[in-house]
Design a binder for this molecule. Structure first.
Ligand SMILES: Cc1cc2nc3c(=O)[nH]c(=O)nc-3n(C[C@H](O)[C@H](O)[C@H](O)COP(=O)(O)O)c2cc1C
Length: 187
C-alpha cells in the first residue's frame, strides 16, 4: 500500500485549515487508499530558514525526522491556507529547508480560506516553487471555501457527500502520480 504524508501548513493560533487535513486523513483511512500520516508544522515549530538541511552541520533532530518523513512518503498532500494571496511563511520555511526530498515527489495541494474562493490564488505560486524543486506537482485542486463553516473542529464536513466526492477525485489524481512513480522505480 502506498504511503502518503499530509503536510498541514498553518501554525496560526486558532487555525482552521487543519480541519481539512483531519478530514482527508479520515477519508483516506476509511477508503483504504494509503497509509497516512499528518506532518503538522504547528507541532514542529521550525525556526526561520537559515540554511538547507543538507548544508547544516548540526541539524536539530526534528528537522532530520521531518526530512525522513518527506523522503519516505510516496506522495505528499499539502494543506495550506491563503494569506494575502500567498501561502504562509511556515510552509515556505518547510519547503526550502529540504531539496533532494522533493525531487520527483508527487505533491498535491489543497487550499483553504474563509472566503468564497477557497484559497485558489495560492496555487500558482506554490506550484512554481515545487516545480523549481523538481517535484511532480499534481494538476488537480481541492479548494475549501468558508473553511471555518465547512468543517467542524474534528474535520467533519458540513456537506459530507459533496466534500467526499470532490476529495476523492483529487486523491485519485494524486494516487495516479504515486503509482506512476512507483512503477518507474520498479523498472
Ligand atoms: C494574514 C492573513 C491573510 C489572509 N489573507 C487572505 C486572502 O488573501 N484571501 C482569503 O480568501 N483569505 C485570507 N485570509 C483569511 C484566511 O483564509 C482564514 O483566516 C483561514 O482560516 C486561514 O487558514 P488558517 O485558519 O488555517 O490559518 C487571511 C488570513 C490571515 C490570517
Amino acid at each position: 500500500m502506498p504511503h502518503l504524508v499530509i503536510l498541514s501548513a498553518s501554525i496560526r493560533a486558532g487555525r482552521k485549515s487543519h480541519r481539512v487535513a483531519l478530514f482527508l486523513k479520515r477519508l483516506i483511512e476509511e477508503k483504504n487508499l494509503a497509509t497516512i500520516e499528518i506532518v503538522d508544522l504547528n507541532e514542529y515549530q521550525f525556526p526561520i530558514f537559515h540554511e538547507r538541511l543538507m548544508f547544516q552541520k548540526n541539524p536539530v533532530p526534528e528537522l532530520l525526522e521531518y526530512s525522513k518523513k518527506i523522503k519516505e512518503a510516496d506522495g505528499v498532500l499539502i494543506v495550506t491556507p491563503e494569506y494575502n494571496g500567498g501561502y504562509p511563511a511556515s510552509l515556505k520555511n518547510a519547503i526550502d529547508v529540504l531539496y533532494p526530498e522533493w525531487q520527483r515527489k508527487p505533491v498535491a495541494i489543497s487550499t483553504c480560506s474563509d472566503g468564497d474562493f477557497g484559497g485558489n490564488q495560492v496555487i500558482t505560486s506554490i506550484q512554481f516553487v515545487l516545480w523549481k524543486m523538481h517535484a511532480l506537482t499534481v494538476p488537480a485542486m481541492f479548494p475549501n471555501p468558508n473553511v471555518d463553516k465547512a468543517y467542524d473542529d474534528q474535520g467533519n464536513p458540513a456537506d459530507k457527500a459533496g466534500a467526499e466526492k470532490r476529495a476523492l477525485y483529487f486523491l485519485k489524481e494524486l494516487l495516479w502520480y504515486m503509482e506512476a512513480k512507483q512503477r518507474m522505480q520498479e523498472k
